[in-house]
Every structure is written in structure tokens, then in C-alpha cells.
Design a binder for this molecule. Structure first.
Ligand code: PLP
Length: 448
């Protein structure tokens, strides 16, 4: 595998590139608004590994933020991209029809339960755009304005998606006056109960989240004005929070009663990450609209909404769209990714390897008190870090731990205020999981 370690400098000369040089130049020209979890410059990726410009190898437990399901540069995905690039790079869905767009919509249908298996899709460029598309559709077809969202939920950073994001006030700082019409209620977070009932399992949830929804419908949002409830079936960025099993069914019942639409944001949980194609399948609940992103583009920018056909059929022509949405190369990369996932049984692998990862941390908890709650589903695994009083360590400290792990050759991000987020490619093997877990545990031991 070749690695591009040379490039043309400003004087037109061939110059050797180093990680240090890339980082120094980045600091000159790139906005500091982008936070970096590591100080690594990535030169190339292969399978579950990333390499820097000096050839150092890193286990990639971030996978492009829960995106690279079949690993980096899978030869079949690379080939699909190259072939499509030689055929048609872009034409725009507003100008005419494109086969990869249609095939992607058909493929997504084939992964979903009824009635979404008969649903209709609209393709965009990112998860946030999918979220905003879902909200637009819900408002358009219900004629209602309000959206109920959840604290701890993350739906993206652009202004519309940010209006329903509730995972950190840091994202909203100095941004008063976001899209109007969003109200937030607490997500049931049993590991660290919002209502002060102490740590417990989702099965023994205090259930007080229900009262908040009812209060909100009684006092703030008239049910006749409620266009949609938007929810992550398992909270992603906000902390890999698995809700109690009656949570989604309750939201479904509220939507049925009020005429609001249920939007599942499966941008992070979708496409096999939790061991099912979509995380709603763990609950039996079928939403009216699913927002998708991340993995569906096989590493290229692609987002989608899939909605019940009767809803989509009420969205009038030119109501929505985008120049690049459903780009043929991104669709081909995504289609090949789905084919590989099916052939290589990667959903089963996600369940098996995810459980193994969690077992490693759970069995070390007694010995290493910095390990708090270990939670997740499939290859969505969070390891909460706590202090000697069992309280979450500061976000700054978690970031320091992540930097220390990077120096040991393991790359990851965090989720929630204090958890390590493990969201590797779904091809991670059990021996690789063992090696990563022991690296992390060793690092935590030396930091403790
Ligand atoms: C659940 C969820 N929704 C939406 C988004 C936004 O996606 P994007 O960053 O592709 O716009 C994310 C990104 O992390 C996400 O996790």
C-alpha cells in the first residue's frame, strides 16, 4: 500500500511531508473551531488501522466517528468508487435520474421493517441534513410547527439540527434564537438518573421521564401543534445511553394519540452498528421517518431520510433537495458497503465483538475504580470514567486520557461528559478487541 509522503510546496518543489508539517500548516489555515481529539496526522487507513506520515500504526476505535463499517479502504469499496468515478461523478438529482440513487433507495428499503420497507427515500449529504429534512417533512405534511426532542440527544450542529440537539450547552453558546418550535425533555439515562434516583439498570428505570413529556404537552406544546418527536433509539454523542425498553413504545403511543410523527435519528445507530440494521429493531417500534447518515455512504458524504410512502407522497415537488444529495459515487460506496456487510455477516460480528469488549471492561471494574458504567449495544461501547467518589471525571481529563491512549496507538473520541467512546469498524475481530481492551486497561491502570 503506497503512502503519499511527498507533496508540492508553495514554490512548486517536491517536498517530504511529515505529520508535524501537516499539523503546523493546518494550524495556520484551518479554523480552530474544529476540536481534535488527537495530535495525529493521518496518512492512510487500512482495515481497522490508521497510519501517520511516519508509518506509526493506530487502532482506529473512532472509525471516522462510527462511519467506516467495513474498515478503511476496503478493496471492494475502493473499486466501486473508482468505477463510478470513471462513469459519472455528478449530474444532480434535480436535473434527471441516476441509477445509483435509485439503487441506494431500494437497498435502504430492503433493510427496513414494514411499512418503511415500502417507504420512499430522499438523499442528502450528511446526518444533520437528514435530520433537518426529516423535520421539514414532518412539518410540511402535518401542517404543525412544534418538535419534541431530548436532552442528551445529538442531531447535528447546523442551526436547524442544533435546535433539536440537547447534549451540551457548549454547542448552543451565543446562538440564542435557533429555529423556533423545539422543546426538550430529559432522555431516560438510568446509569446517571436525571431525577436523582442513583445508578440503576434501564429495566428498573424510575420512569419519571414520562411525567416530563406529559407536563410539556400540558403546559408548553399543545398536542395539536406537535409535528414530531425526534429521538435517538440509543443516544450517541450524548453518552451511548440505552433507554428502558418501554421508552420507544411510549413515544410511538404518544405519536399515535396526538397525530405527531415519530422521527428516529439513526445517523449513528443505523446500518448495523448495534447488531441490527437499525436500532429501532431492538424495540419492535417502527418510526414514521428515519434519518440516516455516517456509514451509509461507505466513507463518503451521504445522508438519507426514509419515510412512509403516504407521507412522502404528500411532499410537493421542489419542496426539498440539494445539489449533491445522493451523489453517485457516495451511493456506490454505500451500496458496496451494504453488500459486504451482508456477505461477511458483520451484524453478528458487531454483537459478538461488542460483548467481548464490554466484558473486558466490566471484569476489570473491581480492580480499576476509574472504570464506571460500561454500556452500549453491538459495537457502540462506552466506558464511563469516574473519580474516587464514583463521580464522572471532568471532560478535560477524559480528553487527556484520549490523548494518552493515542500515544499508545489507540485512537478514539469521547461521548457524554466522561466516557470513552468505542465505535470501531464492524470488521474488528475478537483478538483485535482483546488487544485494544488490554491497551486501554493498561493505560487506565498507569493513569490511576
Ligand atoms: C445521531 C446523530 N445525528 C446527527 C448527526 C450529525 O451528522 P453529521 O455530522 O453527518 O451532520 C450525528 C453526528 O454525530 C449523530 O450522531
Amino acid at each position: 500500500m503506497t503512502q503519499r509522503t511527498y507533496e508540492i510546496n508553495a514554490n512548486g518543489e517536491l517536498q517530504r511531508t511529515t505529520s508535524e508539517a501537516v499539523i503546523a500548516r493546518d494550524r495556520e489555515v484551518v479554523s480552530p473551531a474544529i476540536y481534535r481529539y488527537t495530535d495525529i496526522a493521518f496518512a492512510r487507513g487500512e482495515g481497522v488501522f490508521l497510519y501517520d506520515f511516519e508509518g506509526r500504526r493506530y487502532y482506529d476505535m473512532a472509525a471516522g466517528i462510527a462511519t467506516m463499517n467495513v474498515g478503511h479502504c476496503h478493496p471492494r469499496v475502493v473499486k466501486a468508487i473508482a468505477e463510478q468515478a470513471q462513469t459519472l461523478i455528478h449530474a444532480a438529482s434535480h436535473v434527471g435520474y441516476m441509477a445509483p440513487y435509485v439503487e441506494m433507495a431500494e437497498a435502504l428499503r430492503s433493510l427496513l421493517p414494514a411499512p418503511l420497507s415500502e417507504g420512499k427515500a430522499l438523499l442528502v449529504n450528511s446526518g444533520s441534513e437528514a435530520v433537518e429534512s426529516a423535520i421539514k417533512l414532518a412539518r410540511a405534511v402535518t401542517g404543525r410547527s412544534m418538535v419534541l426532542a431530548f436532552m442528551d440527544g445529538f442531531h447535528g450542529r447546523p442551526m436547524g439540527a442544533l435546535a433539536v440537539t440537547g447534549s451540551s450547552s457548549g454547542y448552543r453558546r451565543h446562538l440564542g434564537g435557533l429555529l423556533v418550535g423545539a422543546e426538550h425533555v430529559p432522555y431516560p439515562n438510568c446509569a446517571r438518573c436525571t431525577f436523582g434516583h442513583g445508578p440503576r439498570s434501564p429495566e428498573s428505570c424510575c420512569g419519571q421521564w414520562r411525567a416530563f413529556i406529559q407536563m410539556t404537552l400540558d403546559k408548553l406544546v399543545h398536542p395539536d401543534d406537535l409535528a414530531a418527536i425526534i429521538v435517538e433509539p440509543i443516544v450517541g454523542e450524548g453518552g451511548y445511553i440505552v433507554p428502558p425498553s418501554d421508552f420507544l413504545p411510549t413515544l410511538r403511543a404518544i405519536c399515535n394519540r396526538t397525530g405527531a410523527l415519530l422521527i428516529a435519528d439513526e445517523v449513528q445507530t443505523g446500518l448495523g452498528r448495534t447488531g441490527r440494521w437499525f436500532a429501532v429493531e431492538h424495540t419492535g417500534v417502527v418510526p414514521d421517518i428515519i434519518a440516516m447518515g455516517k456509514a451509509i455512504g461507505g466513507g463518503l458524504p451521504l445522508g438519507a431520510i426514509m419515510a412512509r410512502a403516504d407521507l412522502m407522497d404528500r411532499w410537493w415537488p421542489a419542496a426539498h433537495g440539494s445539489t449533491f444529495g445522493g451523489n453517485p459515487i457516495a451511493c456506490r460506496a454505500g451500496l458496496e458497503t451494504i453488500a459486504i456487510m451482508r456477505e461477511e455477516h458483520l451484524l453478528d460480528n458487531a454483537v459478538r465483538v461488542g460483548q467481548r469488549l464490554m466484558q473486558h471492561f466490566e471484569s476489570t471494574r473491581a480492580e480499576l475504580p476509574i472504570i464506571g458504567d460500561v454500556r452500549g449495544k453491538g459495537l457502540m461501547v462506552a466506558v464511563d470514567l469516574v473519580d474516587e467518589h464514583g463521580q464522572p471525571i471532568s471532560t478535560d481529563r477524559v480528553k487527556q486520557v484520549i490523548k494518552a491512549l493515542a500515544r499508545r496507538g489507540v485512537v478514539m473520541t469521547k461521548c457524554g461528559p466522561s466516557a470513552l467512546r468505542l465505535a470501531p469498524a464492524l470488521i474488528l475481530t475478537e483478538p483485535q478487541a482483546d488487544e485494544v481492551a488490554s491497551q486501554i486497561i493498561e493505560a487506565l491502570r498507569s493513569l490511576s
